[in-house]
Design a protein. Structure first.
Length: 454
């Protein structure tokens, strides 16, 4: 992005000279220069060129209560003055972490009353890996080490997180996955369902779990981990048959179930957790993002009482982070949950704004480029195709990236996962802002189609 604005150019020069950006092609970024985001309010961002952009992704799926809430800044400032840091190691604790653990257990599914805090979702899933293996060791079944995960699932970018995840482009860098993690098919009907109906495909995909448990041996399997709805994989809403069949299989085998709620948690589906939406009854849930609305880094693992009972017998759990339950992050999380509860934001998503968003998004199905629109709550996906009937894609055209660029340049952030456009706006988005989002999305689909026809 070449700019006439000297301030933008200065920041881009700093990026070129000193910064290595996450999930970026360093060289390409140097040539283009990053877009510089300078401030934000509600569902809108402003860049250094003065452009106002509707953030259809809530940052990275995290800014649940919207940008610019002074209450969170005030909570952080107050906590920084009172106790800016102390740790939870060596039999100490502090009020914000304890109060936040209680607040989380009040909104978590029944029987999940304990929280282990981390600094991020990835650290949460690292914790899951170690906690699951420790749990089985304490139970006298140390061979139950293998974690089953899914191809194209996303569980973070640490070694354990990326290994649990099923992104081949991540596995290719750094010899991942680490041993003891195996992957099964994802329930992505639009992309991989072939001639099966969505319901048939949902059952087939779920049966892959049982097949894998039998192949690895129940005595060697510690857990199955999955996102209720895959986010980074392309907002993959499983067919209706998928979760009921998975639950049936989980009930037959003595393995733990981990729901990665990093995206689905804290109201994104219109329920507090994706596990509530699908009635999943997990043993552990990974959380982050919406926990603090992204205002400050924090993650964690919510653990079922029966699992805690076993861990209580295990002596020291030799795991933790300097910033586990950081007091400032905990104070912000607590205030964020207070706002979500008192302003009934999750209830409003469920009964008002999510139904409206889903209805308006589906109107895009009539667009010649659109093969499917799907979504749940404040999550949506638009599949871009060459042929609506056969679900055939454009080959090697980078349609998703073309569309994403048009969105950027027309005041809307939508993300592209291959040729799937995805959205996950702040939970507080209004009806009028939903209209704006959908109208901008249609305009960008038109521009993308015109570009393809050139
Ligand atoms: C489902 C899921 N799990 C884990 C993570 C990793 O979280 P973090 O980036 O905070 O480490 C993400 C991040 O997008 C995620 O979507």
């Amino acid at each position: 992005m070449s700019s006439n604005n000297p301030q933008t150019r200065e920041w881009q020069a700093l990026s070129n000279d000193h910064h290595l950006a996450p999930f970026s092609d360093f060289k390409q970024l140097k040539e283009k220069g990053p877009r510089i985001i300078t401030n934000a309010k509600g569902v809108y961002l402003w860049d250094s060129e003065g452009n106002k952009i509707l953030d259809g992704m809530a940052g990275l799926w995290c800014v649940a209560i919207g940008y610019g809430r002074d209450e969170l800044a005030d909570a952080a400032s107050k906590q920084m003055r009172e106790l800016p840091y102390y740790n939870l190691f060596f039999q100490t604790a502090h009020p914000p972490a304890l109060q936040l653990a209680k607040a989380i257990s009040e909104i978590a599914p029944q029987g999940m009353n304990h929280v282990f805090f981390t600094g991020s979702g990835s650290e949460g899933n690292d914790t899951v890996l170690r906690m699951v293996r420790h749990y089985w060791a304490v139970k006298g079944k140390p061979s139950k080490k293998v974690i089953i995960s899914r191809i194209n699932g996303y569980h973070g970018s640490t070694v354990a997180g990326a290994s649990l995840g099923g992104m081949t482009y991540m596995h290719e860098q750094g010899d991942l996955p680490i041993p003891g993690i195996v992957h099964i098919a994802q329930p992505y009907w639009f992309g991989e369902g072939g001639d099966m109906t969505p319901d048939e495909f949902g059952v087939w995909a779920a049966e892959q779990l049982e097949k894998k448990i039998l192949e690895v041996g129940e005595d060697n399997v510690g857990a199955f981990i999955a996102e209720p709805i895959q986010g980074a994989g392309g907002v993959i809403v499983p067919p209706a048959t998928y979760w009921p069949k998975i639950k049936e299989i989980l009930a037959r085998y003595d393995i733990l179930f981990v729901a990665d709620e990093v995206i689905c948690g804290f109201g994104r589906t219109g329920e507090w957790f994706g596990s509530d939406f699908y009635d999943l009854k997990p043993d552990l849930m990974t959380i982050a993002k919406g926990l603090t609305s992204g205002y400050i880094p924090m993650g964690g693992v919510i653990v079922r009482d029966e699992v805690v009972k076993v861990l209580n017998e295990g002596g020291d759990f030799n795991h933790g982070f300097t910033y586990s339950g950081h007091p400032v992050a905990a104070a912000v999380g607590l205030e964020n949950i207070r706002i979500l509860r008192e302003e009934k934001i999750v209830e409003r998503v469920k009964s008002e704004t999510a139904p409206y968003l889903q209805k308006r998004l589906r109107e895009l199905s009539d667009h010649p480029l659109v093969g499917e629109v799907r979504g749940v709550g404040m999550l949506g996906a638009i599949e871009l195709v060459k042929d609506k009937a056969t679900r055939e894609r454009y080959v090697d055209r980078g349609v998703g990236m073309i569309c994403r660029t048009f969105c950027f340049n027309n005041g809307l952030i939508m993300r592209a996962v291959g040729d799937t456009m995805i959205i996950s706006p702040p939970l507080v988005i209004s009806f009028a802002e939903i209209d704006e989002l959908v109208e901008k999305a249609r305009k960008c689909l038109d521009l993308t189609l015109a570009e393809l026809q050139k």
